[in-house]
Ligand binder design. Structure first.
Ligand SMILES: [Zn+2]
Length: 754
């Protein structure tokens, strides 16, 4: 069992660099230079709108200029962008860097990363300073090594990614026509450690991309067609998404482990894994070396492959047609095996069905015990519920405990099976696995490689039908062979989708192992080994004990916000934590009723768990001026200027009446909509992130009878200093995904033509 855990865990650890020295030099790229960039970029917060964000942009620009290479062209692309889907907008600056190729008609290989960080959290060391730093150094080193590449090279450092890919979308609308981009290598992070997983992104098919990734001989490739298909089904977007919609293919590299640091104050240099940065570097440099000389048209394909990686070995890939042939062959072989089994003198239908019970019992208990284990731990450490990313501190220790627990349940059930019964178990559980994988592959063709357990167990079935003893000796070897490529799935699934995926992942593990259950030796008599179950339980208790307290390195996420309504002269304090009030508990002694909280959420659109009314006073309303509307044939055109008070970070507008817009200009940049944009009452019209000028002018084209009834919210950071509240203890941090520590002033503004 230890060996099984080691293979699963080892497969994950071996899949990407370990013990990366800061002095690493990979193909002439210095890790020290990369780290220096990350350090400089993360010295100050750099979300869009923060004064120090500009410093980051200038740092990148200066660094490119220092190359002193007349062939390198740097273009500062400054614009305003409004994302009509999430209605966020800001002034932005993208950096477009170009280097000519030998062939003037050839398209460009473009490295891409974003230099803005998430607001209200950390300094974005992993997301995406590491990506920017690697892209800069790889680009720089490459042109020093190969001054005359065949293809053109580009480096696009985008802005406003965290607000909804604003920079990338603005680039596409305003700049793409001047460029011919063949392929993109995008560097991203959704955590602070783990392997940088490759997601091939294409509108048509992934075959060209995966074949290039293989031909480039990227060391330590981590990718699977299942990852790519699950990712495609999730609502996640990256800067690659709008390019993909334009038919431009991309290699999207992202590390996603230690998800709890994502968009948090803990996304800093201290939490960033050097191994992940090294994995970014190795893959990016190898890919660029290869792609710079390739005909990029070859990356375009209409087909997708089935592929998976063998930890630290390489990528195995084959076509979907081959996958189909494998499935048909395996099914036919299994049917033959089934017939032979049923006609065998020692076996029969009854002995086949008897295998259902142990399989069902194992599956049931593995799922239930793992579910209870997580639920128990979340109850014992309630603060973990405030980690909104879904993967708690010590998540990996928990996964290890769950693997051990599942293996013990497996052994306890299967050790009651005699060798003759086990032969039937192989055939039955093989059939169950085949059925499940065939159904899954219908929905996700990329899951096709999950047939591996069946491929390995088939010969085992034939052999043990006639020589059960031989089968018994072969089973553990096959099991380990199977876990080599598939074992990491048990870690990757909860790392990618959250710790609550582990009961499902463990269920998959035991179903996958069941066709090879012959290795479990039969034991009659009472179960004296049941005490083994206590091992993972004790281990889990130790996890709880170790992690029960939050530390500055692994802090408790907490939130607090203040809202003042100018019209009603009411003030509120609220937070969105499971534990009431965090360190400011004293302020939250009289929570308002549930009804009041619901009304509040309805009115002001704020997530909260506890609401109290407050006697603190702070108001920073904006001044709003509208020009007399201009009547046009189809609509009226209204120009509204909102002047926020200095120090305001974000202006939000919610429309309290349904309204339809034909076009909207934000900061002078007009956005025409293909279809008129209709917003229902209560919907957000705009979330404007102020960069320099706290005055924003909107020009709206709307129907003649539209009356404006807006709720305008002015947000500013610095709640604690505003009211002289106690500083947050150093083992707590502002909660990710929730705009915390804000002073919000709410006002209503109405306007009509008559
Ligand atoms: Zn990012």
């Amino acid at each position: 069992m230890t060996l099984i855990l080691l293979v699963i865990r080892g497969g994950y650890e071996l899949s990407y660099p370990s013990k990366t020295p800061p002095g690493l030099i990979y193909d002439a790229v210095y890790m020290e230079s990369i780290l220096k960039h990350i350090k400089e970029i993360t010295e100050y917060p750099h979300a869009v709108g923060q004064a120090t964000h500009k410093v980051t942009g200038r740092y990148i620009e200066r660094h490119i200029q220092q190359l002193n290479n007349p062939q390198v062209k740097i273009n500062r692309h400054t614009t305003h962008y409004y994302n009509k889907h999430n209605r966020k907008a800001a002034a932005l600056t993208n950096y477009i860097i170009q280097y000519p190729g030998q062939n003037p008609d050839a398209s460009a290989v473009m490295l891409m990363a974003h230099y803005d960080a998430a607001r209200f959290s950390g300094t974005g060391a992993a997301d995406d300073a590491a990506g920017v730093a690697v892209a800069l150094e790889v680009f720089k080193t490459f042109i020093q090594q190969n001054p005359t590449p065949k293809n053109k090279l580009m480096l696009l450092i985008t802005d406003g990614e965290e607000l909804g890919l604003l920079g990338a979308q603005a680039f596409i609308e305003e700049q793409l026509r001047y460029h011919n981009i063949g392929v993109i290598i995008n560097l991203e992070a959704r955590g602070s450690s783990g392997p940088a997983i490759l997601l091939p992104e294409s509108n048509s098919g992934t075959q060209g991309l995966i074949e290039a990734y293989q031909q480039a001989a990227v060391p330590m490739p981590v990718s699977s067609s299942l990852d790519a298909e699950i990712y495609a089904k999730m609502p996640n977007d990256s800067d690659v998404t709008p390019f993909k919609e334009q038919g431009i293919n991309a290699f999207n590299l992202a590390f996603i482990d230690d998800h709890f640091n994502y968009h948090s104050q803990t996304d800093d240099l201290a939490h960033l894994s050097l191994n992940s940065v090294a994995h970014h570097l190795i893959q990016t440099k190898t890919l660029l070396n290869f792609l710079a000389e390739q005909d990029l048209n070859k990356l375009q394909s209409d087909h997708s492959l089935v592929y998976f990686s063998l930890p630290s070995q390489g990528l195995v890939s084959y076509s979907r047609n081959t996958s189909l042939i494998i499935f048909i062959t395996v099914w036919l072989a299994w049917l033959l095996l089934l017939i032979l089994f049923l006609r065998h003198k020692n076996y029969g239908f009854k002995s086949l069905l008897s295998g259902l019970k142990p399989l069902a019992v194992t599956g049931f208990f593995v799922f239930i015990t793992n579910y209870i284990l997580i639920a128990a731990i979340y109850t014992l450490i309630p603060g973990w519920q405030d980690i909104l990313q879904g993967f708690p501190y010590a998540g990996h220790a928990l996964i290890n405990a769950q693997i051990v627990l599942s293996l013990i349940v497996f052994v306890l059930v299967y050790r009651r099976r005699q060798l003759t019964q086990q032969v039937g178990d192989v055939i039955l559980s093989l059939g169950v696995w085949l059925t499940l994988v065939s159904l899954l592959t219908q929905a996700l063709p990329g899951a096709g490689f999950l047939i591996i357990p069946a491929l390995l167990a088939l010969p085992l079935g034939f052999l043990s039908l006639y020589k059960p003893q031989w089968g018994q000796q072969m089973a553990p070897i096959l099991l380990l062979l199977m876990l080599l490529p598939l074992g990491t799935l048990m870690i990757n699934l909860p790392v990618a989708l959250g710790i609550w995926m582990t009961p499902a992942a463990m269920l998959i593990l035991v179903l996958m192992m069941a066709p090879m259950s012959l290795w479990v030796e039969y034991s009659s008599g009472s179960d004296k080994t049941a005490w083994l179950l206590f091992i993972p339980v004790i281990y889990s208790a130790w996890i709880v004990f170790e992690y029960r307290q939050f530390t500055p390195y692994q802090p408790l996420p907490t939130s607090i916000n203040y809202l003042y309504d100018v019209d009603t002269d009411e003030a509120f304090l609220f937070h969105a934590d499971k534990r009431r009030g965090g360190w400011l508990n004293a302020l939250f002694t009289k929570p308002l009723t549930e009804q009041a909280s619901e009304d509040f959420q309805q009115t002001y659109k704020k997530p909260l768990t506890t609401l109290v009314s407050s006697n603190l006073q702070a108001a920073y309303p904006a001044t709003i001026k509208a020009q007399k509307p201009l009547s046009q044939a189809k609509h009226q055109r209204l120009s509204v200027t909102i002047s926020a008070q200095p120090g305001t970070d974000i202006l939000s507008i919610y429309t309290q009446q349904a309204m339809t817009l034909y076009s909207l200009a934000v900061g002078g940049r007009i956005h025409h909509f293909d279809e008129p944009m209709t917003l229902a009452a209560g919907y957000k019209l705009l979330e404007y992130h102020i960069t320099d000028n706290p005055e924003i002018t909107l020009q709206l084209a709307m129907s003649h009878d539209t009356r404006i009834d807006w709720q305008i919210q002015s947000h500013r950071t610095g709640l604690l200093s505003e009211f002289n509240l106690d500083e947050r203890p150093d083992n707590q941090m502002p909660k990710a995904f929730i705009k915390s520590d804000l002073v919000t002033t709410v006002q209503t503004w109405t306007f009509s033509n008559d």
